[in-house]
Design a protein around this ligand. Structure first.
Ligand SMILES: *[C@@H]1O[C@H](CO)[C@@H](O)[C@H](O)[C@H]1NC(C)=O
Ligand SMILES: *[C@@H]1O[C@H](CO)[C@@H](O)[C@H](O)[C@H]1NC(C)=O
Ligand SMILES: *[C@@H]1O[C@H](CO)[C@@H](O)[C@H](O)[C@H]1NC(C)=O
Ligand SMILES: *[C@@H]1O[C@H](CO)[C@@H](O)[C@H](O)[C@H]1NC(C)=O
Ligand SMILES: *[C@@H]1O[C@H](CO)[C@@H](O)[C@H](O)[C@H]1NC(C)=O
Ligand SMILES: [Zn+2]
Length: 947
């Protein structure tokens, strides 16, 4: 999560450069970073991302109201009249960029008080006739005098003590003048550079909320109306949440004043202010007056890169209007691509901000994967315009209510816009497997935390993790809408009741429960609250074991590392109410609810070759294990005719088996055998599922002798032959394309000579289909030497499309030449060569390469203190860096080095990588055990397979 002030480094020189220059983003206040999607098709995801457990906050109870992080409930804002003016003259002696502003906030006193607390961070309140603030009573109320006021730095308040009391039921106006800094030297900020047309620009970004732009009651439930005015350089365009209504030119000044229509009643974290000289294209929603615009650098717009987003926005908004049965709440929808937006996108109401790769699509150079990213990120952000923006969580502990929902609905919106892509099937790979991986750790956490557990800004940012995004809406019995369900109506009544207001999760359960009661033929064994609370108030998920000989089924909390210790108590003892959809003999049977630990004599017994398959289409959030005989029958069925088993379940059988093997529930050979049928598999999802799981084996073994065996594991060459023969570029369906990309990268990785030759030839002729660029670049650079590397580097430096630059930057890490890798590591710390925001991911790419891994590890150890000071500040990717570099670690020696590293740098610290370091040690220890226990089985299996 972050907010940003975007400022052009050269704006100080603007007077000199104006005319020749394009591409100036001055300021953008944007909140919490939203969705980060990483879909590097060729960098298999190894599953485990970092999730911080709750570190319970301070033990001592503060004495004064201003020492608490949460606002008291005595005041509530009504409207803010704000004027902001980014002053684009850098102060010569301090080198600071400054903005000035004025704000009049009207608030209502709910409970008598003589204290005003309002968020205010890093703002200098300029004297206003002797006071920091001016307080006026409205509608006949008299304002008490101010005794004293000060900034409470730790809790980020402006504290105002009054001589008398504010009266309950009365309204007051608080006026402030202030100035703030658009700088890069503040904690939580990062700054990076980009170049457009030879002009360097700066982007800086901060970690918390609107309180950095103006004093405000900065909590999501403190909704208000915001009439905004921006003062900006003439010739630039100002954007905010509302539509612009008046431009006035100030006489004698080189500035324009743009006033915006007041917003709807909304939360502060959804505000955005942007001044730029960007261009735009315009569309609309059919039969509707909503203005739809896509904004970006002039060049990108001129080259047509905004059209794909524009093309899908109209239909998606229309779809959501129908789905939510509520019309789009605003009069316009702006979406803007910001160069160097560090991650993802942010759903500011009416002015959504994106990084370029998430909004812009260049038909000439972008891949279908890039297109899918644009589609799904736009779908996600637009879904928030209702869920999240119109109806908002009351507090961040319920973040999943915003995010889980948007992450689900995005697939419906995307599917509507691209109906031929089968995009809904990908939920299992992109969401379910991702969250399974994290939620199976003892260090996971419940989806919903207590409101008191989430206070400080760092605790809030911890909530933005895989679990919040992906857990509950897949497979929980109520929230996964079947086509016939009354879910639409539930949403409609929920959105209707809470429009422009806030909710807690039980509000949603109430509406679902009402729907259950009023829908004929619908029944649940318990209330929605009973069922759902088990999924959100305790962490993790169960593995359901079905014994088809006895018909006994049991559930147990699934832990990836069976030796890990769960010290977080659960109010439900880690049991769940599990809806089990299942089939026997290829026929779906009546759903079974597993409501306790064990059910006996369920009719899941079989005879002969008849198999039982549970969790059909992975409609439930749990893993399934069977007795050995049923596993055998399933494997036989896959080999004989896999199409009898539903597609999603084919992927799931593989993923369950590999994870159950990691957890020592079944043996590794059994897991490997679930992949044997793949030579006949033509669908992407089961293949991708297998490849991701095999990737763990590759990481564990690619430095040792077993790897030789893996390489000749020729059954996997089948995929190569199937998907890369002759008509190599003829695939049109998106999932076939992904299969082809997997085929090429997996085959090259496994050392198939034909693959190496093919990719090198394409690279040399620089004739590469956009879909295949990432893998072809990587493999050609891996097979080549300095010539190929330098060529790719030049292309990287000259790339003007963000997606192209991203592909080259990851491919440059694929070389096998150590000195090139070392030089690239050096480049990664030189902001003139690699943008600061890309530093840690570049090092991670290098570490992903088996040759690069030890070099990157040495590099990090040698420069830790420098990297930490320069890059550690508030960057999310810091934990990814540690994860990236250590994920192959599987020897005692490496564990010792890690411990040493921790000890040596205890004084420097690890910042956002602290937990990742702990987890790295835990995972290394687990890897050492796993390798010792499994090496032989894996080697035997592959050597038998290959003969
Ligand atoms: C907001 O402030 C501006 C400038 O101070 C003033 O002209 C305008 O009338 C105010 N608007 C409202 C709605 O109070
Ligand atoms: C705010 O005030 C402090 C202390 O007077 C000063 O050092 C700082 O430069 C000021 N910042 C801005 C943006 O004016
Ligand atoms: C304000 O000025 C901008 C830039 O010239 C222009 O695009 C916009 O239409 C103007 N808005 C109004 C309401 O006149
Ligand atoms: C956008 O839609 C238009 C009209 O249907 C179509 O011609 C164009 O190719 C589309 N552009 C993109 C990038 O999808
Ligand atoms: C918001 O919801 C609360 C609780 O349901 C209700 O008391 C309040 O009146 C609502 N406020 C608005 C502005 O609708
Ligand atoms: Zn979101």
């Amino acid at each position: 999560m972050a907010k940003g002030f975007y400022i052009s480094k050269n704006m100080g020189l603007a007077g000199l450069l104006m005319g020749a220059v394009a591409g100036v983003v001055i300021i953008a206040l944007a909140a919490v970073y939203d969705k980060e999607k990483t879909k590097n098709q060729n960098k298999p995801v190894d599953g485990v991302t970092t999730v911080s457990p709750t570190t319970s906050s301070t033990l001592s109870t503060p004495k004064n109201p201003w020492e608490y992080y949460r606002l008291p409930d005595s005041l509530s804002p009504v409207s803010y009249n704000i004027t902001l003016w980014p002053r684009l003259v850098v102060n010569a002696s301090t080198g600071l960029y400054i903005f000035t502003g004025q704000s009049d906030v009207v608030f209502r006193c709910e409970k008598e008080t003589d204290l005003i607390l309002i968020h205010c961070n890093k703002l200098n309140l300029t004297l206003l006739s002797g006071h920091r603030v001016r307080l006026t009573g409205l509608d006949g109320a008299t304002a008490p005098n101010v005794i004293s006021s000060w900034l409470q730095v730790k809790t980020e308040y402006l504290v105002i003590q009054l001589k008398g009391k504010l009266a309950a039921g009365k309204s007051y106006r608080l006026s402030t003048d202030f100035q703030g800094e658009l700088a890069d030297d503040l904690k939580g900020f990062y700054r990076s550079e980009y170049t457009e047309d030879g002009v360097k620009n700066h982007v800086s970004d901060a970690g918390t909320f609107a309180r950095k732009a103006f004093p405000c009651f900065d909590e999501p439930a403190m909704k208000a109306v915001f009439p905004v005015t921006l003062i900006h350089q003439r010739g630039t365009v100002a954007l905010s949440n509302g539509r612009d209504t008046v431009n006035t030119t100030i006489d004698g000044a080189e500035v324009t004043k743009t006033r915006f229509e007041p917003t709807k009643r909304m939360s502060t974290y959804l505000l955005a202010f942007i001044v730029s000289d960007f261009a735009h294209i315009t569309g609309s929603i059919e039969n509707n007056n909503v203005l739809v615009r896509i904004w970006a650098r002039r060049k990108a717009i001129a080259e047509g890169h905004g059209y794909y987003a524009l093309n899908v926005t109209g239909p998606m908004l229309q779809f959501y209007e129908g789905y939510y049965n509520a019309s789009y709440p605003l009069s316009k929808s702006d979406q803007i691509a910001l160069p160097d937006f560090s991650a993802g996108a942010m759903e500011n109401w009416g002015l959504i901000t994106y990084r370029e790769t998430a909004l812009l699509y260049d038909p000439a150079s972008s891949s279908v994967g890039n297109k899918e990213t644009v589609l799904t990120v736009v779908a996600h952000e637009l879904a928030h315009m209702w869920f999240g923006n119109l109806v908002t969580l009351r507090w961040w502990n319920d973040l999943w209510l915003n995010e889980g929902f948007a992450s689900y609905v995005e697939y419906l919106g995307a599917d509507y816009a691209e109906p031929t892509w089968n995009i809904k099937e990908l939920i299992i790979l992109y969401e379910v497997h991702k969250v399974f991986a994290v939620d199976a750790l003892a260090s996971s956490h419940p989806l919903s935390r207590k409101e008191e557990e989430v206070n400080r800004p760092d605790e809030i940012s911890e909530m933005f993790n895989t679990i919040s995004y992906s857990k509950v809406l897949y497979g929980s019995p109520c929230s996964r809408p079947s086509p016939t369900a009354r879910f639409y109506m539930v949403l409609h009544s929920y959105l209707n009741e809470f429009a422009f207001n806030n909710t807690v999760y039980s509000d949603l359960w109430d509406h679902l429960q009402k729907a259950v009661l009023t829908t004929p033929g619908m029944s649940l064994p318990h209330t929605v609250h009973d069922i759902m609370n088990r999924w959100i108030l305790q962490m993790g998920f169960p593995v359901v074991t079905i014994d088809t000989a006895t018909g006994h089924i049991t559930q147990k909390h699934f832990l990836l590392d069976p030796d890990s210790v769960v010290d977080r108590p659960s109010p439900y003892n880690y049991t769940w109410m599990v809806p089990i959809k299942w089939m026997k003999g290829g026929v779906e049977r009546e759903q079974h609810w597993l409501l306790q630990e064990t059910d006996r004599h369920v009719p899941m017994t079989t005879a002969g070759s008849e198999w039982v398959l549970a969790n059909l289409n992975v409609s439930g959030y749990y893993r399934v294990n069977y007795d050995t005989d049923n596993w055998e029958r399933l494997i036989n069925q896959l080999t004989a005719d896999h199409t009898v088993i539903p597609l999603i379940n084919r992927a799931q059988i593989v993923d369950d088996a590999f994870n159950l093997a990691r957890a020592k529930v079944i043996n590794t050979t059994l897991a490997l055998r679930t992949t044997r049928y793949l030579s006949q598999e033509r669908d992407y999802i089961p293949w991708e599922s297998a490849i991701r799981n095999l990737n763990y084996y590759i990481l564990m073994f690619d430095r040792g002798q077993v790897y030789g065996m893996l390489q000749v594991g020729s059954s996997y060459n089948m995929i190569y032959q199937t998907f890369t023969v002759a008509e190599v570029l003829s695939f049109s369906h998106i999932l076939q394309v992904y299969n082809q990309i997997n085929a090429i990268s997996f085959a090259c990785r496994m050392g198939v000579e034909r693959c190496r030759v093919l990719t090198s030839v394409w690279f040399r002729e620089w004739m590469i289909h956009p879909n295949l660029k990432t893998t072809v670049y990587c493999n050609a650079i891996a097979a080549g030497g300095v010539e190929e590397w330098d060529f790719a580097w030049t292309m990287f430096k000259n790339a003007t499309v963000a997606t192209e630059a991203a592909k080259l930057r990851s491919a440059l890490a694929c070389t096998k030449v150590p000195w090139l890798l070392n030089r690239y590591l050096d480049y990664s710390l030189d902001p003139a060569k690699i943008r600061k925001q890309d530093c840690t991911s570049t090092i991670s790419y290098i570490a992903h390469n088996v040759v690069g891994m030890p070099l990157a590890w040495d590099f990090i150890r040698a420069r830790w203190s420098y990297i930490y000071t320069e890059y550690g500040g508030g960057s999310f990717s810091f934990s990814n860096l540690i994860n990236g570099v250590t994920r192959r670690f599987s020897t005692e020696f490496e564990l010792k080095q890690l411990k040493q590293f921790k000890e040596d740098n205890a004084g420097v610290g690890f910042g956002s990588g602290t937990l990742a370091l702990e987890q790295a040690m835990e995972k290394t220890a687990a890897n050492i055990k796993w390798v010792a226990e499994n090496q032989e089985q894996v080697m035997n299996w592959f050597s038998n397979e290959c003969t």
